[in-house]
Design a protein around this ligand. Structure first.
Ligand code: NAD
Length: 452
């Protein structure tokens, strides 16, 4: 081990646990053991691998309250969110437990023989997880990767290792063979980088900042290593004047302040048609004021603290030169709190309009017509998600198709379902997770010709 990391409760800034950091030699040894376990795991019959994953899901289900409690303390997530997140791991495991028996190839007509395709597992898959959604992002990688016959080494973020470590223990309890899933808490610069450079790791799934994602991609290029990237976002919530404005204004705070805005899908830019701009802001103000920003240990809390003092200071830095329209409340004390804040933005060149804040701050700007709305929404290097509020179905579809982002919702801000594809355009990412095709992304398609 190379040192320990003191995990803090972000609501109170008090220590929760000391977690040893995995060193380089231990990372190498874990990758080698994972590689050795691969030979047997890929050979487990499809039905049996499915049964093991269902059992894993059932064990996670039996520990939802425990896992949720860990996340409330370690990440400052609300109880409602934490229970959803633990349940999401269970659901991903159940869903992808259906994959081993369905990983079918094709038979393609050819002259002089038979042609068959196979989906072969890759080997060891390295999954690098950020601190904002420790459980779901771990589950989105590990469940389809294991289902497709790979073994997994997983690195949680330094700040939030608790639930991943527990999920690793639950896998063994469920009967997964040793070293099929290995959780390695530690530094990105040590464990994460080793996933990129170690030749036995055949694919890296990285979720995190665009900056680190670019380094991971460049590192993977050295070995032409497969890579999936889920990166930052600056998603737009586009509200047309013909929308159900009270509904759109009531939903807008939850579309950006959920998880204290530390959500890659946060609709952190709101574009409102000019004729409805004042009315929309007037409707949104009481909705923001009513948001219950409380210690997440309180079941009534709808928004908790930010993950760290550093993140709080970064977010507050964005407010120095921003035009605050109104804000909600936040507790005092030693925790890392920022009140939900709505700012108006007059110029798309403003930092608050362009950069990912990753905190409870949303910028609002008017637009003139449909073409202007789409142009402003697309004026960003990111492209992860977005929302369109309108009663005009034709317009809803036109705009949803025109926005350069991977996950759009109409009259809604729901972006994530484990059975639909998820991922970004432009600098928000590369590749897709979740949905029916996720296991294929953890395989190589092999073609075999048999001469008659
Ligand atoms: P980060 O990039 O600093 O860290 C993410 C993970 O990468 C951590 O586990 C970290 O230890 C590891 N890491 C750091 N340096 C590394 C290196 N050199 N090599 C390999 N791994 C390394 O990001 P963060 O601050 O933890 O997370 C916040 C960011 O994640 C935001 O930008 C957010 O938008 C993004 N995010 C994106 C999605 C998505 O699906 N698109 C989901 C969640 C979060």
């Amino acid at each position: 081990m190379s040192g320990v990391h003191t995990v803090l409760n972000p609501a109170t800034a008090t220590p929760v646990a000391e977690v040893p950091a995995t060193g380089l030699d231990e990372t190498d040894a874990a990758i080698e053991r994972s590689h050795e376990a691969f030979a047997a795991w890929r050979g487990v019959a499809p039905g049996e691998r499915a049964t093991l994953l269902r059992r894993f899901a059932d064990v996670v289900d039996a520990h939802v309250e425990e896992l949720a409690g860990l996340e409330v303390r370690n990440a400052g997530h609300t109880w409602a969110n934490s229970r959803w997140e633990a349940g999401n791991v269970r659901d991903c495991l159940h869903y992808y437990a259906g994959a081993p028996e369905r990983l079918s190839g094709r038979q393609i007509p050819v002259a002089g023989g038979t042609d068959l395709t196979f989906h072969e597992p890759l080997g060891v898959v390295g999954i690098i997880v950020p601190w904002n959604f420790p459980m779901p992002i771990a589950g989105w990688g590990l469940a389809p990767a294991l289902a497709a016959g790979n073994t997994v080494v997983l690195k949680p973020a330094e700040l939030t290792p608790m639930t991943a470590i527990r999920i690793g223990e639950l896998a063994l309890e469920a009967g997964l063979p040793e070293h099929v899933l290995t959780v390695l808490p530690g530094k990105g610069s040590v464990v994460g980088e080793r996933f990129v450079t170690h030749p036995l790791v055949r694919k890296v799934c990285f979720t995190g900042s665009t900056e680190v994602g670019k380094r991971v991609m460049a590192g993977c290029a050295e070995q032409v290593k497969r890579v999936t990237l889920e990166l930052g976002g600056k998603s737009a919530n586009i509200v047309f004047a013909d929308a159900d404005l009270p509904a759109a204004a009531a939903a807008a705070p939850y579309a950006v302040f959920d998880n204290a805005g530390q959500d890659c899908c946060a609709r952190s830019r709101i574009l409102v048609e000019r004729s409805a701009y004042d009315e929309f802001l007037g409707l949104m103000e009481p909705a923001v004021a009513a948001l219950r920003v409380l210690d997440p240990a309180d079941e009534a809390s709808e928004m908790g603290p930010l993950i760290s003092a550093g993140q709080r200071d970064r977010v507050l830095g964005f407010l120095d030169d921003a035009e605050v329209a109104f804000s909600g409340s936040a507790p005092g004390g030693d925790g890392f709190w920022v009140a939900p804040t709505v700012v108006t933005s007059a110029d798309p060149a403003e930092r608050i309009w362009r950069e990912e804040v990753f905190g409870p701050v949303v910028a609002v700007m008017p637009f003139d017509d449909e073409a202007d709305a789409v142009a402003r929404a697309n004026d960003t290097e990111y492209g992860l998600s977005g929302s369109v509020y309108t009663r005009d179905l034709g317009r809803a579809l036109r705009v949803a198709r025109a926005v350069e982002a991977g996950n759009l919702s109409v009259n809604s801000h729901a972006s994530v379902r484990y059975w639909t594809p998820f991922g970004g355009y432009k600098q928000s990412g590369l590749g897709r997770e979740l949905g029916p095709d996720a296991p294929q992304a953890f395989t190589e398609e092999k073609n075999v010709f048999i001469a008659h």
